[in-house]
Design a protein around this ligand. Sequence first.
Ligand code: 13P
Length: 250
Amino acid sequence: MRKPIIAGNWKLHKTLAESRQLAATLAKELSSVDHCEIIIAPVYTALSGVAEEITDTPIQLAAQNCYPAETGAFTGEVSPLLLKDAGCRFIICGHSERRQLLSESNQFINHKVAASVNAGLGAILCIGETLQERETDQMLEVLTTQTREGLAGITTEQMASIVIAYEPVWAIGTGVTASDQQAQEAHAFIRGLLQGLYNQDVANTTRILYGGSVKPNNVDGLMAQSDIDGALVGGASLKAEDFIRIVRFE
Ligand code: 13P
């Protein structure tokens, strides 16, 4: 009942030409995929170009960030409405790299989630503990706070536009993936949080993606877990062959 999502977060990689080329390859190879939703998130400057490459394909466009205002004196920022105008269907909110490098707070991330949904876009809310938090038994508390505060004010109806991405910080870009069991445990816990914050139906229907060193050789085990509904892929989404294999998880 939850259609899987395989999403590629290209982070700060690829020129416009390189982005278009990768998108064109994916568009060609994945044109008939129906078993999962496919999302790619290039850099801002490549969004409209990539949108052209994936027109009339199952691939959907996402932005890696947004600013929670419609228009105004916000030099250097981009609003959800403009991202929608560029062809986006989703916005990634609260990625751990932004939480760490740019000190984004749960409140600020919550404003981005709300602004994305209010603009008619889906929001992919990223949460996840650091290694230190895991080792000092703060993981559940961190996930609880990030989920509750990240979703503050989001209604039960709006939850249909929300995707959660569990990305343990220690697994991002390190080659150390959470084991299938570690990921499943965290996902089951997050689903329980959604039940408490909303209801059983929201818990049953919200897609929860795993992110952190997802590769062709570990995606199948992760996707076999009952509470893992997809993957948010960094490094391996930059190579067509690897991302295609991940989309074709077994
Ligand atoms: P890697 O797949 O490179 O570990 O990155 C994961 C990630 O941060 C996706 O948002």
